[in-house]
Design a protein around this ligand. Structure first.
Ligand code: XMP
Length: 488
């Protein structure tokens, strides 16, 4: 439409460049802005949400779970990857523990129960009934293994009954020779495909056990799980998987320093090496201030050692910050200082740029250098994601996911309502647990002399239980598609 035909409203339909420049030096955040719509030729369901964090790492959902100790451990990262997003494992744990968490995600095969409940041949049916009751199991069929973990039979739910209570498992079970198994090495790249094929060829069989070379039990497929997965596979959003069919997973790193402040290069290289060896898909050097010599040096060092690793660095709030980290070798840069729901950086240190303007400035640097940017913090609803994605390649969520069942931490009941703890990584409690370095404080001071010596830049909160990651992400993705439909 020509500008002449709509002179009265045209000033309201500005490109990002004109809009943010007109508002300068006032900076804006999500709630200050609404996206204006014009003619659209697409329906929400026709829109696509795929994105990439580097030339080597694509996602079908532009959502990343925050590297916070009340948001992302293996369980959250598995749920995020299954929905097409990515989980960043936090670093308030030892390096070995973090590597194990990443490994759990990489080795997770959805639909394969990797450590199924099992029974011993010498147990009685009465004991099995007790196990079911104590653990609230909804199933009654158990693989039977001896003390070496070797499969000796399958106890069918048909015989796990009161009337057989005095029999032993060995007497009641289907013997090994009649149990259907598949060799672990036969699963290869497509375990679900292999299980699906088996169930198609064996009508009426609903359990398939996985064994290793020594006939030790290492997994269990059930027909109902595989059927559910086939339905999911037809959905538009594909799980995030690497070339070997493993789920994708990221990890955040604190930059280890010696007592003189220099990067502890041996320690850093060993941690990066351990993550790379198990196929960690992205490493984030997460700090409160990424536009610094220290973070730049660390990114350069990591890039030199691991040329193909997807490196995320941050956080910054300027185009110059993005350009600096891009020049150092980052593939993606996290943007946001203080917008987070549990952040007090702006109050404590008096710094930060309202998030939408920060994203605009960052997007200019990203366009110059050909890197991606991630909008980190301050997102409280799907509309914020739509606004963020007009400038950024992906968003990182803390608070919106902190109330999910898959987030670490226990569920608390207060006055009949259910909550989970959610805390800033710069909160006293989190810094004592290890994240002080992220805020430029000395970890040892935080752990020994305690909170009095350091300034907290985050608070602790409770999040009302918000169901599962699938529920939350389905709502958010639907909202984003709706926004994209409006915007054409
Ligand atoms: P949301 O708003 O999603 O924000 O809860 C999550 C992001 O907040 C950042 N973060 C902090 N920022 N003090 C801060 O200033 C903190 O204690 C803190 N903890 C987390 C982080 O970028 C995260 O992804």
């Amino acid at each position: 439409m020509s500008s002449k035909s709509k002179p009265a409203i045209d000033p309201f339909y500005l490109s990002a460049d004109k809009f943010f420049q007109a508002a300068a030096p006032t900076a804006l955040t999500y709630d200050d802005v609404s996206l204006a719509t014009l003619y659209s030729a697409v329906l929400p369901r026709q829109t696509r949400l795929d994105t990439s964090l580097s030339d080597r790492l694509s996602l079908s959902l532009p959502i990343i779970s925050a590297d916070m100790d009340t948001v992302t451990e293996a369980r959250m990262a598995i749920a995020m990857a299954l929905q097409g997003g990515l989980g960043m494992i936090h670093y308030n744990m030892t390096q070995a523990e973090q590597v194990r968490e990443v490994e759990r995600v990489k080795n997770h095969i959805h639909g394969l129960i990797q450590d199924p409940a099992k029974v011993h041949p010498n147990q009685t049916i009465a004991e099995v009934l007790k196990i079911i009751e104590d653990n609230h199991y909804s199933f009654r069929t158990f693989p039977v293994v001896n003390e070496k973990g070797v499969l000796v039979g399958l106890l069918s739910g048909r015989v796990v009954k009161e009337r057989y209570r005095n029999h032993t498992v060995a007497e009641a079970m289907t013997p090994r020779k009649d149990v259907f198994t598949i060799a672990q090495k036969a699963l290869k790249k497509d375990p679900i495909g292999a299980a699906d094929k088996f169930f198609n060829e064996h009508l009426g069989i609903n359990k398939l056990l996985v064994v290793d070379n020594a006939d030790r039990l290492c997994g269990l497929f059930t027909l109902s799980d595989i059927e559910r997965l086939s339905d999911e596979a037809r959905a538009d959003r594909k799980p995030s998987r690497d070339a070997d069919f493993h789920l994708r997973c990221g990890a955040a790193l604190a930059i280890p320093r010696k007592s003189d402040g220099q990067i502890d290069k041996d320690n850093f290289a060993a941690h990066l090496g351990a993550l790379s060896a198990i196929g960690c898909d992205a490493v984030a050097l997460s700090t409160a201030h990424g536009h610094t010599a220290g973070v730049g040096d660390a990114v350069r060092f990591a890039r030199k050692l691991f040329k193909d690793m997807t490196l995320i660095a941050g956080n910054v709030t300027s185009g110059a910050g993005v350009e600096y980290l891009a020049d150092c070798g980052a593939d993606a840069v996290k943007v946001g200082q203080g917008p987070g729901s549990i952040c007090t950086t702006r109050v404590v240190a008096g710094v930060g740029v309202p998030q939408l303007t920060a994203l605009y400035l960052a997007s200019k640097g990203a366009a110059k250098k050909g890197v991606r940017i991630i909008a980190d913090g301050g997102i409280t609803k799907s509309g914020d994601i739509v606004k963020a994605l007009t400038l950024a390649d992906a968003v990182m969520l803390g608070g919106l996911l902190g109330g999910c069942r898959e987030a670490p931490g226990d569920i608390m009941e207060i006055n009949g309502k259910f909550y989970k703890q959610y805390r800033g990584m710069g909160s006293m409690a989190a810094m004592k647990a290890g994240s002080a370095a992220r805020y430029g404080h000395d970890v040892k001071t935080a752990q020994t002399t305690g909170p009095a010596k350091i300034a907290a830049e985050g608070v602790e909160a409770l999040k009302e239980l918000s169901g599962s990651v699938v529920d939350v992400l389905t709502q958010l993705a639907g909202g984003v598609q709706s926004g994209m439909g409006y915007l054409g």
